[in-house]
Design a protein around this ligand. Structure first.
Ligand code: FEO
Ligand code: CA
Ligand code: CA
Ligand code: CA
Length: 664
């Protein structure tokens, strides 16, 4: 019942007003500090970040990367092990999604021209990936990075990794680097994340198309089946990646960024580069010498993140995942092995036990509020050689091409699945659907990738406004996004059926009633939900990465006491589609907690077990600017509004001045 899902939980801060300031605004009684930012050195012996792009490429193997995104706090015991309850000392793993603002990284911005400079590309390769740093409480509940800690580590787009699960040794992942298909190099475009109950970090490869190209004329050198697959993953022939890493030279460090046939077979070229990205990667933060593993059983797509259901002894490990692209799907993985709590601190060997064998499913949402998990196993549901649009050969082929498998079984195409979160009080799963410009009116005739609204993605409308700078902008489709949630049948995370509703519809407070379906007001209106996190107490944190409400406010984070599936009713959304919605938002159950600096996205959030130290990330402050016209000077502008420094992505620490618990 409602009491069980929210008992004793009450928001205890004053809402922050929407604003366009170039700093982080937190509620009265709260304070912020910067934990680490782009370019900060992890070890002693390295110069501090200078702010002029003069740091060497090589030094980024020992510096904090760019584009801070998903993260997780692991408590650290005195003997260097995972200690889930420890709040004053821990390891913080942070994704460095992409080189957000090349103007912050290089002396003169990103050099234009057909071929990139090797020194720039090398620096960008090392500025991607993941950082693991030790953090320790300093004064009060404030946290600082422990420079020189033996746990401090960078994982980059060049780090050696293992392939495990169904594609281990598979022909689809053989490369010149690893002719036997057992290894690969690098993780990049790591967006959101997950963690495991045994104490490892999961980092997820999302927009790898940013850095992977494909040569003109490559289709003719491929089988028909390969051409279908490459197109389905957004990589047609004659496609140059935005970052052009493959143009920096013939050295392997650069050549491998074009997924093109250049040699006699896959063992002596990089035709399979595309198949080596789009995975969930497991990292053991407690063992800096360990080799990360691409856990292929969890499928390949634009992996936003990987969110585990609470582990129950004797039950499978269950992980929820989203594919963040327009009209893509929601997935879950159910392990074959059953959870044994004695496996805590078992490292990568325990990861192999739970994540290399299991069943992959994709979600179908029905109009009546029910849903099914459809199995993606070779030989079932038509996933075999007789599938005419794409004949599957084995389970390795199914996981590499999970999107094609999901197409075949009739899963529901969603409005860009971003982050998920599981309510620790009742096991219900929430997932943000950030927006979708490809939804069209129910009366329209869809063309190309356009889709009409359906019950789970019900809104179509247009939104136009004038920006502060006088430019105008219009959005169509589902520009503000929503948050869907579901309850597994029988309360079992491994169930194959569920009940769902739409927890929240994002909207401007002054939008029409059939757009602002959740009744948002000035204290809690928002657009384009992206990051999502249930803290251990059961508060839900919602973060935005928005382009539709930015005439009024920078991106933000809200806190919520969320209720449960089925607490609303059936309503009709803009566009005329009936849907199931949760109860209305009120200032009591949803409130704006912070607003970020200019042009940023607020992403990544973690709370210490005692609830007194909160971490969040500011990604790409000032992203709409350039080196000659810096739009933001954050984080320097946090304490000095007249600052002129280049903007940097950073991790922020939030504490209460009275030392109390955050949010309550
Ligand atoms: Fe990296 Fe889907 O956001
Ligand atoms: Ca995101
Ligand atoms: Ca996003
Ligand atoms: Ca963004």
């Amino acid at each position: 019942d409602d009491a069980a899902s929210s008992d004793g939980l009450q928001l205890g801060f004053s809402a922050v007003a929407k604003n366009k300031n170039d700093w982080v605004t937190v509620p009265e009684g709260y304070q912020v500090s910067i934990l680490h930012a782009l370019g900060d050195p992890l070890q002693f012996g390295e110069e501090s970040w200078k702010g002029d792009g003069s740091e060497s490429a090589d030094s980024y193997l020992r510096r904090i990367g760019d584009g801070h995104d998903g993260m997780y706090y692991f408590g650290l015991s005195d003997d260097g092990k995972f200690h889930a309850d420890r709040s004053d000392r821990g390891l913080l793993a942070v994704n460095h999604e992409y080189v957000v603002a090349p103007y912050a990284l290089h002396p003169n911005g990103m050099t234009a021209g057909a071929a990139r400079l090797p020194a720039e590309v090398e620096k960008e390769i090392y500025a991607h990936g993941v950082s693991v740093v030790e953090v320790k409480r300093s004064s009060g509940n404030d946290m600082a990075m422990v420079r020189g800690s033996r746990f401090n580590r960078r994982i980059t787009s060049a780090t050696d990794m293992a392939f495990t699960g169904p594609v281990q040794g598979h022909a689809l992942v053989r490369t010149k680097f690893s002719p036997d298909g057992l290894q690969t190099r690098g993780t990049n475009n790591n967006c959101a994340n997950g963690y495991t109950p045994w104490g490892t970090y999961l980092t997820c490869e999302e927009n790898w198309l940013n850095v992977v190209s494909r040569a003109a004329g490559d289709d003719a050198k491929r089988s028909a089946k390969e051409v279908v697959a490459l197109k389905r993953y957004g990589l047609p022939e004659n496609r140059q990646s935005p970052y052009l890493w493959d143009t920096a030279g013939s050295d392997d460090l650069f050549a491998r960024w074009t997924s093109s046939v250049t040699g006699a077979n896959a063992q002596n070229d990089y035709r399979n580069t595309a198949n080596t990205f789009g995975w969930v990667v497991e990292i053991d933060p407690f063992n800096p010498e360990s080799t990360p593993a691409k856990r292929s059983a969890l499928g390949r797509f634009n992996h936003e993140g990987a969110w585990p259901a609470p582990a129950v002894a004797g039950q499978p490990i269950v992980i929820y995942m989203g594919d963040d692209a327009r009209n893509e799907y929601i997935y879950k993985f159910v392990s074959k092995a059953l959870w044994n709590p004695q496996d805590v601190n078992g490292g990568m060997a325990i990861g192999a036990k739970y994540l290399d064998e299991g069943t992959l499913y994709v979600a179908k949402f029905n109009a009546d509020g029910s849903g099914q998990w459809l199995e993606l196993s070779y030989g079932k549901n038509g996933l075999d050689a007789n599938n005419t649009s794409y004949p599957f050969t084995d389970q390795g082929d199914v996981v590499v091409h999970a999107r094609l498998a999901a197409d075949k079984v009739g899963a529901t195409k969603m409005d860009r699945p971003e982050w998920g979160a599981i309510n620790p009080r009742n096991g219900e799963v929430y997932m943000t659907l950030t927006n979708n410009s490809n939804r069209v009116a129910p009366s329209a005739t869809p063309t190309g990738s356009q889709l009409k609204p359906d019950a789970a993605n019900p809104r179509y409308y247009s939104d136009s406004y004038t920006n502060n700078d006088g430019s105008s902008k219009s959005n169509k489709g589902n520009p503000n996004g929503h948050i869907i949630r579901w309850r597994e049948n029988g309360g079992s995370s491994a169930a194959t059926a569920f009940a769902w509703d739409i927890y929240l519809f994002a909207a401007q407070a002054d939008a029409a009633g059939d757009v602002n379906l959740s009744g948002l007001s000035a204290v809690n209106d928002f657009s384009s939900p992206d990051g999502l996190y249930f803290d251990p107490r059961g508060l839900l944190w919602i973060q935005t990465d928005d382009g539709a409400y930015t005439d009024v406010t920078n991106c933000m984070m809200l806190a919520a006491v969320p209720g449960q599936v089925g607490d609303g009713g059936v309503v009709t959304a803009a566009g005329g589609t009936a849907t199931r919605k949760g109860a209305n938002a009120s200032p009591d159950n949803l409130r704006r907690f912070l607003v970020g600096p200019k042009d940023c996205e607020i992403t990544g959030v973690a709370l210490t077990p005692d609830g007194k130290t909160l971490f969040f990330n500011v990604q790409h402050p000032g992203e709409d600017g350039s080196l000659s016209q810096l739009n933001s000077h954050w984080p320097a502008s946090q304490t000095n509004p007249a600052a002129t420094q280049r903007p940097r992505s950073a991790t922020v620490v939030v504490t209460r001045t009275d030392g109390g618990a955050i949010g309550l």
